[in-house]
Design a protein. Structure first.
Length: 244
């Protein structure tokens, strides 16, 4: 559990990086691993993540309908209501508004497919994170198992920042799960895709905990630094808002 609310911003200039799928999966896995209550924010006018959430049967994670101009107030409200993690999805663009969103991040995650086009597109995202003084983690997504280009992409990305040690591979179960608002973990918790998401969340969680002053004990469990007590059952003041 975090000592205070943390914010992960998923940002990538390149469309088709798997950002929608990854945002939803990480939010769900965070809740499954006890890092919640978790809330999602979709700042993309197309509402890709909101549409996934709208068909989801499970009310967790919560959804906060927000716009760039109200994000500061909505995040404060989420903190007051006891949320401990907010995952923010941004559109595939480089704008001043996205830079403002990154300014709220405790961690910026940039999903990147192992292709020359995707690798060439990481520069603006790196620039935004650096200009805001925010830690950035690249996640190689949609990789082909045992493909040489995956390791080459990791080497190339490492020249620009930290690369998550977990690679997410291209499998149809990711897309199939998203159709009805679920995740691969909720369909088959022991499949390879689910294990990759679990490992990625553990890595991201460890990063956030270190930034939060937490520590790991001999049994492998993380403990947060002293801070405000977390609410055990936040009021659902945001409700189920359908954002198309």
């Amino acid at each position: 559990m975090f000592a205070s609310m943390r914010v992960i911003v998923f940002a990538s200039q390149k469309g088709g990086s798997g950002k929608t799928t990854l945002s939803g999966h990480i939010a769900v896995e965070a809740g499954r691993q006890g890092a919640g209550p978790v809330a999602l924010v979709d700042t993309d006018p197309q509402g890709s993540l909101a549409k996934w959430w709208n068909v989801r049967q499970d009310p967790e994670p919560a959804f906060i309908q927000s716009v760039f101009s109200n994000l500061f107030q909505d995040l404060n409200r989420a903190r007051d209501e006891g949320f401990r993690l907010v995952v923010i999805y941004t559109p595939p663009a480089v704008t001043r508004a996205i830079s403002e969103v990154v300014g709220f991040a405790d961690l910026v995650v940039a999903p990147t497919r192992p292709s020359p086009h995707d690798l060439r597109a990481v520069g603006p995202t790196v620039d935004i994170a650096e200009s805001r003084g925010k830690p950035l983690v690249f996640v190689i997504n949609g990789a082909t198992p045992k493909a040489r280009i995956t390791s080459e992409a990791a080497i190339a990305l490492s020249q620009h920042g930290t690369v998550a040690p977990t690679v997410l591979h291209h499998r149809v179960d990711f897309a199939a799960a998203m159709i009805d608002g679920r995740t691969v973990m909720e369909i088959d918790s022991v499949c390879k895709s689910a294990q990759e998401v679990k490992e990625l969340w553990k890595y991201l969680h460890d990063r956030l905990m270190r930034q939060d002053g937490g520590f790991r004990t001999a049994d492998g469990q993380y403990h947060a630094a002293p801070g405000p007590a977390a609410a055990t059952s936040p009021q659902r003041v945001f409700g189920r808002r359908f954002a198309q």
